[in-house]
Design a protein around this ligand. Structure first.
Ligand SMILES: [Zn+2]
Length: 301
């Protein structure tokens, strides 16, 4: 019984995320017709978990877009990363959560800002390999994630979150950071002890914004996705093995089986996936209003 309930819960969450994600993609397409990413936006809209096939072995299968802005794919990436990295992070000596920031910048400055922060990070990382560092500290070990949030008044905030082995290396890192970026505020750099919640927070693949998705903001989202295009935003170091950020299709369906439905096809329409043979809805429950309220416009569909 629990098993069936779990299956319905999983499918329902997928349904809600799919609904929101498709809407987000439709707005990106509509307001950024000349974007370099237009093909990828369309792939999220048309090609991500849109058609579900029940394989011969009754497992549900589909294709995914794997794009940064896709909620459907991000949920899978998050689950996969937590599985892979949580046991590694639990082995750290006394893990801390570090945030490295600079003041916000405008859209024109964003690409240069990303480049500068990444190259300074690389230099700091190289310093952590030097004798002068290793004489006083443990091996520099942890994970780093880059994020870019959209702030009000046309501003952007590119920043790093890290989990490091211990407090001492976090202090060393922040000192290096402030030395390289005199404009960075001492107060804005943050070190705190990490626990399972902060580990999970770090692996949450979600696009964070302090402005609402709206027609006017669609161009700002496009600017960020372009700035981050082809950039790796996650890195492990000091002996933690990195898993590939990409995922295989078969990892993605949480092993959902639809008994007795081999070779059936479901197609997304408006709010649910419908069975091709008889129009039966896969989730067969309406999307709650609180979820619908998260979207701005009716999807193109
Ligand atoms: Zn996707």
């Amino acid at each position: 019984m629990t098993n069936i309930k779990q299956k319905i819960d999983t499918l329902q969450k997928k349904q809600w995320t799919k609904f929101i994600s498709k809407n987000f993609a439709s707005i990106l397409i509509k307001w950024n017709p000349n974007s370099k990413l237009i093909k990828s936006y369309k792939n999220t809209f048309f090609g991500c978990a849109d058609t579900l096939l029940v394989a011969d072995n009754e497992n549900l299968t589909t294709t995914y877009c794997k794009n940064r802005w896709c909620g459907v794919c991000n949920r899978i990436k998050t689950a996969k990363s937590i599985n892979a990295y949580l046991p590694e992070l639990e082995k750290l000596f006394n893990p801390v959560f570090v945030t490295l920031t600079l003041p916000t910048c405008n859209g024109d400055e964003l690409p240069g800002r990303i480049k500068e922060m990444e190259s300074e990070w690389r230099l700091i990382y190289q310093n952590s390999k030097k004798k002068s560092y290793l004489k006083k500290n443990n091996v520099f070990k942890g994970v780093r994630k880059a994020e870019c949030t959209i702030r009000p008044y046309g501003m952007y905030h590119y920043h790093f979150h890290l989990i490091l082995n211990d407090w001492q290396q976090a202090e060393w890192l922040v000192a290096q950071w402030l030395h390289r970026f005199p404009s960075a505020s001492h107060k804005a750099q943050d070190i705190r002890f990490a626990d399972e919640t902060s580990f999970k927070e770090l692996f949450k693949y979600a696009f964070k914004s302090e402005v609402k998705m709206s027609n006017e903001n669609a161009k700002r989202f496009d600017l960020v996705f372009n700035a981050l295009r082809n950039k790796r935003t996650f890195q492990c170091f000091g002996g933690i093995n990195q898993i590939k950020e990409d995922f295989d299709e078969d990892e993605l369906v949480n092993g959902i089986k639809l008994e007795g439905q081999a070779n059936e096809i479901y197609k997304w329409c408006e709010e649910d996936w419908y069975r091709k043979s008889d129009g039966f809805g896969l989730v067969n429950k309406p999307i709650p209003q609180k979820v619908k309220d998260l979207i701005i416009e009716k999807p193109l569909n």
